[in-house]
Write a new protein. Structure first.
Length: 318
């Protein structure tokens, strides 16, 4: 390894330039797939769409640190970028969106964005939010008796709204009681559909509410900052894999699109707040960071975005 490369990897949490560029490619792919599905919904080619926009940075960071097919995954409907990073393809996602029989998640029987992939250990998502918490803890406990490798873990994700449900607290209690290898990733975009977090979560912070759980590593991070998210997820995965017990990463993200295409956020989110969210958009901040650091130039950035757009276009027309 050259001295220049070593210095670069130390600055970027151990990631080399190509890994940093891959992160952008995955984030851009997730956003373009969201946009393609929005267009398909308006053409009445799919019947439902719910976006992961604004969540991409922390999801890609998480996916780059986890082991598809070995770790267990209990995800929620906004985790498009995470699924892409774990190995789900754009074509497979669009198969699910249109209800195609070839959909690896459910053979076209599940709703769009209800991720599942047997080969990757992504357990099919349930529409009632919060049910994944106890299921994930059950997987983690069962893995102790079912050939678990020493450092496999179980990831469970949700938005902050679902943490108001009883399953979240039951899962935290058992995970801490049994020191289970569970990583909780809470993607806090500030809204449970139209209800702001300060009206949904006592005190407005799930991190503060979970402070009393013994043995739980709690980390709070700007989930729109890729490197900060990677640093937090790296610490959390190491904690869990080393057998210290569960960890919770509370990632503050944005939601630049409405809750779903059945919702219009302009009715409850003021223009100033929407503008502030737009300025934190990881699909604007992260590529600018890569250019500013000399990791990408404008020409290669444009080439990557063109390649991604072509890949999504081809997947949509297969």
């Amino acid at each position: 390894m050259s001295g220049l490369q070593a210095t670069s990897e130390e600055r970027y949490e151990g990631l080399d330039p190509e890994q940093l560029i891959r992160a952008f490619r995955l984030m851009h792919t997730a956003r373009r797939l969201d946009d393609r599905e929005v267009a398909l919904k308006r053409q009445n080619r799919i019947y439902f769409q719910i976006s992961g926009a604004g969540h991409e940075a922390v999801q890609v960071a998480a996916g780059m640190l986890l082991r598809p097919g070995e770790d267990g995954f209990y995800l929620y409907y906004r985790d498009r970028a995470l699924c892409l990073t774990l190995g789900v393809t754009p074509y497979e996602m669009l198969q699910q969106a249109v209800g195609a029989a070839g959909d690896p998640s459910s053979g076209g029987r599940q709703m769009p964005s209800h991720w599942g992939h047997k080969k990757l250990n992504i357990v099919s998502v349930s529409s009632p939010t919060g049910t994944q918490f106890n299921q994930a803890v059950g997987w983690a406990e069962a893995s102790r008796y079912n050939g678990r490798k020493d450092d496999d873990l179980t990831l469970v994700t949700s938005g902050e709204g679902a943490t108001s449900e009883g399953e979240f607290w039951e899962a935290l209690n058992l995970a801490c009681l049994q020191r289970l290898p569970v990583l909780f990733l809470i993607e806090d975009n500030g809204y449970a559909i139209s209800v702001p977090v300060e009206c949904q979560t006592a005190g407005g912070s799930i991190s503060a509410l979970a402070a009393g759980f013994p043995g739980l590593l709690r980390l709070e991070v700007d989930g729109t900052d890729f490197l900060a998210s990677y640093r937090a997820m790296k610490e959390a995965t190491a904690w869990v894999r080393q057998g210290h017990g569960p960890a919770m990463v509370h990632a503050h993200v944005t939601r630049p699109y409405s809750h779903s295409l059945s919702d219009d956020e302009r009715l409850y989110k003021p223009p100033a707040e929407r503008q502030a969210e737009a300025e934190r958009d990881p699909l604007i901040r992260y590529p600018q960071f890569l250019v500013d650091q000399g990791i990408l130039d404008r020409q290669r950035l444009e080439l990557i975005t063109h390649e991604v757009d072509e890949e999504v276009h081809e997947a949509a027309h297969q």
